[in-house]
Design a protein around this ligand. Structure first.
Ligand code: HEM
Length: 459
């Protein structure tokens, strides 16, 4: 039985059909597709990508597979995950910012980092960070109150807020002094250096692409900046007996449970950079799309607002079931990470197809979450799907990935997004000032093609 049949959801009113980008023409040539990939990967997928199980495409002697079945995804991300690594293009693009942190590491080095970091991201550890999240969200709401008489750019507000949350949860200090510089680094990298060039995809890793030279210069400036933040946090000190107050304390005190090793200073810097960067834009994107969908669907917004206004405080998170369902459904329709890519380290067989060393395997949460065989009304916004006590197949819904390399910050992000959405929608009625549809653009994350203006009215 397909998941769509198994999950029979009662729909009381006509669900919202949010705008989605046109599907690519089947006649799009390979080179045209490669060029379009750099601008918007989502627009390169045609109708068959939303209907077929596994799609194989050949390019320059290498095959690329797109997996759309839970079984094939389980095979690559869980059962045989050690045969797959991040792709050379991803490593080139990510390393200058993330260094050898847990996101880019492989093999034994990755295992050491992952098990050392794990205790800093358990639900109990995340609970200790909630006061930082609440403080940064309240500060954002206060600023929004001051701005509520005119049009408001909620996308920018969400980016600033999640950066503030990343800064406070990492270092316990606000980002008022360093936030602008941090944002400049992220913007500079995102617009100039993060988009993979064709040469990034085809050159072997040892051969620098033209972009790699600029990336090296960038890395020098960036690591100096992160080291300065760490020095400032150390100068603020810590009482040896006091409980950890932020991620920096938690990660600094972390020891590998097998070897007892702590992170070197350089390694800690890479983990700090990784957590700040992996966490803030993804969560801002999820919150932006949630607010956009709620502005298009006022009845759902009112339902969420009444849940949000029924209580307050950190313990509230357990009660925010509908808010959480809105976040889950938002990340089904607009998964912030639209593509999970792997390169094969050796031969394999996936769904009866032969995979050779260096072939590329893609799992796209964007495609999977809108796949016609896996979801009923795949393009409709129906938060009730996640209210049934009947969670979707964990290999058909993966905003955070699945398996050994599942997002280490998934719980952190869900707590942050649920709390922030409830607080914002509990404080304001949110409406769009523009009729023009906002369309997703797949570059690094699933970004909106522009920042629409909203009207927010205090409740
Ligand atoms: C809504 C927000 C977020 C989304 C949608 C998201 C999604 C993802 C996805 C899809 C992966 C890749 C899984 C793979 O390659 O198989 C990932 C990895 C990762 N994420 Fe997140 N993430 C979010 C927030 C965060 C936060 C808040 C943090 C840290 C505080 C974080 C840290 C990481 C790290 C370190 C990895 C690499 C894990 C590894 O390779 O072992 N993420 N995330």
């Amino acid at each position: 039985m397909s998941i769509a049949e198994a999950r029979d959801i009662p729909i009381l009113r006509q669900p919202l059909m949010p705008p989605s980008p046109p599907r690519a023409s089947p006649d799009m040539g390979l080179f045209e597709r490669m060029a379009a990939m750099r601008k918007n990967a989502i627009a390169t997928w045609g109708q068959r990508s939303y209907e077929e199980d596994v799609i194989k495409v050949g390019f320059l002697g290498r095959s690329t597979f797109i997996l759309n079945t839970p079984d094939s995804i389980r095979h690559v991300l869980v059962d045989n995950y050690e045969n797959y690594s991040r792709t050379p293009a991803a490593v080139r693009v990510l390393k200058p910012m993330l260094g050898d942190g847990v996101l880019t590491a492989e093999g034994r080095n990755w295992k050491h980092q992952r098990r050392t970091l794990a205790p800093a991201f358990t639900p109990r550890a995340v609970d200790t960070l909630v006061p930082h999240m609440v403080a940064a969200t309240d500060a954002t709401i206060a600023k929004l109150h001051a701005a509520s008489t005119g049009p408001v750019d909620l996308r920018e507000a969400m980016q600033r807020m999640t950066l503030e949350i990343a800064g406070r949860t990492m270092f316990s200090f606000g980002m008022d002094r360093h936030g602008a510089a941090l944002r400049d680094f992220v913007m500079e990298y995102g617009t100039r250096l993060a988009r993979p060039h064709v040469l990034d995809m085809v050159l072997p890793l040892g051969w620098p692409s033209p972009q790699d030279i600029s990336r090296r210069f960038f890395r020098k400036r960036w690591t100096r900046f992160v080291a300065m933040l760490m020095a400032e946090r150390r100068a603020a000190g810590k009482n040896a007996d006091a409980p950890p107050r932020d991620l920096f304390d938690l990660m600094g005190a972390a020891r590998d449970p097998e070897t007892g090793a702590a992170f070197s200073d350089e390694q800690l810097g890479d983990e700090v950079a990784t957590m700040i960067l992996a966490g803030h834009e993804t969560t801002a994107t999820a919150l932006f799309w949630a607010l956009y969908l709620l502005a298009l669907d006022p009845a759902t917004q009112e339902e969420l607002a009444s849940e949000a206004m029924a209580g307050n405080g950190a313990a509230q998170i357990e009660r925010l079931k509908f808010t959480r369902a809105v976040i889950d459904e938002t990340m089904r329709l607009y998964p912030p990470v639209f593509l999970i890519a792997r390169g094969a380290n050796g031969p394999d067989v996936i769904a009866g197809l032969r995979v050779r060393k260096n072939d590329i395997v893609l799992v796209s949460p964007w495609l999977l979450h809108r796949h016609e065989k896996l979801w009923r009304d795949p393009n409709a916004f129906i938060p009730a799907r996640f209210m049934q006590g009947n969670p979707p197949d964990r290999f058909a819904y993966l905003p955070f990935g699945v398996g050994a390399r599942i997002c280490i910050g998934a719980h952190f992000a869900l707590v942050e997004a649920t709390l922030a959405l409830a607080k914002i929608v509990g404080a304001f009625r949110v409406e769009l000032l523009e009729q023009e549809p906002v369309l997703p653009v797949g570059v690094v994350t699933t970004q909106p093609d522009r920042s629409p203006m909203f009207r927010i009215t205090p409740r």
